[in-house]
Ligand binder design. Structure first.
Ligand code: GUN
Length: 293
């Protein structure tokens, strides 16, 4: 068997076209243009690329995208002060502090300092709590992107066994909440999964993943999930982005997995492009909420 390739780039472009229309509609209704501010501290090369991509994506859909670039020597107090200034600026709808922060800076108090109504990453404890209770304000970008790929590929999750490999606060944990929920923005067919949250200390990981109809790899370990860990026909979603030498590889060994899976996302061009589209969607949501819509 050769797996169907799930083209995240094409799905993301489709969503961005839809968002562009909604941005025009919001402007006509309210005069407001959604504005996202990203804060980039230090000179991590990957972060520089990510932030530039976010800025460009904003412009593509007609939103304002602004990047504040701060030196690696920035103090905790200076970064907190910038967040406070952005919180107070009514023209700013979304604030994103790019991670990882340089050594010496503590991310938690900075992220906790973002106004929850502008927290388009959905990292603030208030937004995580609302999500856990099934009444989200924002949806976390990468987990929502995974759900979008499944929905737009016609791969429902209700009644399915989903194994998520990786328990991070950014992907694994919130994705488990989304897929185990009673319903989703796409209706109940794209929630109601039986979710197993596996991780680096899960014994017999291959046995666990072999029991799944949908496997999501989000452990941050290059090519951790191989074809022999899958049941034939499984859907495989690869959230990993690992630089190995000069190559970008996922958390799935694509060559072996794509011979066993029924459908699979590539790296690059799978989940990554969706994360940005979902960030734009949250910025639109934040602008709408700020306008009282
Ligand atoms: N660094 C890598 N991914 C992310 C993300 O989704 N949000 C933020 N703020 N930083 C990141």
């Amino acid at each position: 068997m050769t797996a169907r390739i799930l083209d995240g780039k094409a799905i993301s472009q489709q969503i961005q076209q839809e968002l562009a229309l909604e941005v025009v509609r919001l402007r006509e209704q309210t005069g407001v243009t959604p504005k996202l501010v990203a804060v980039l501290t230090g000179d991590d090369p990957a972060s520089q690329v990510y932030v530039r991509n976010k800025e460009r994506a904003c412009q593509r859909v007609g939103m304002q995208g602004v990047v504040h670039r701060l030196p690696a020597e920035t103090s905790q107090a200076e970064l907190l002060a910038l967040v406070g200034k952005l919180n107070a600026d009514a023209a700013v709808h979304g604030i994103l502090v790019q991670l990882p922060l340089p050594r010496g800076l503590d991310a938690t108090p900075i992220l906790d300092g973002i106004d929850p109504a502008k927290d388009v990453d959905c990292f603030h404890p208030q937004n995580v709590g609302l999500l856990a209770q099934g009444r989200p304000r924002f949806l976390p970008c990468t987990p929502h992107g995974v759900q979008q790929i499944l929905f737009r590929s016609g791969l429902p999750t209700a009644g399915k066994r989903v194994v998520i490999v990786g328990r991070s606060d950014i992907v694994g944990k919130p994705l488990a909440l989304l897929l185990a929920a009673r319903t989703s923005p796409f209706g109940p067919e794209y929630a109601n999964a039986t979710v197993t949250l596996a991780h680096s200390r899960t014994p017999e990981l291959a046995e666990v993943t072999r029991g799944a109809e949908i496997v999501v790899a989000a452990a941050g370990q290059p090519e951790l999930v191989t074809g022999e860990m899958l049941t034939p026909g499984a859907t495989v979603i690869d959230v990993g982005v690992n630089r190995v030498g000069d190559k970008l590889v996922g958390d799935v060994e694509f060559a072996s997995a794509s011979r066993v899976a029924g459908a699979i996302t590539p790296v690059p061009g799978g989940v990554g492009p969706l994360t940005i589209a979902m960030l734009l969607g949250n910025t639109l949501t934040a602008a709408r909420l700020a306008a009282g819509l």
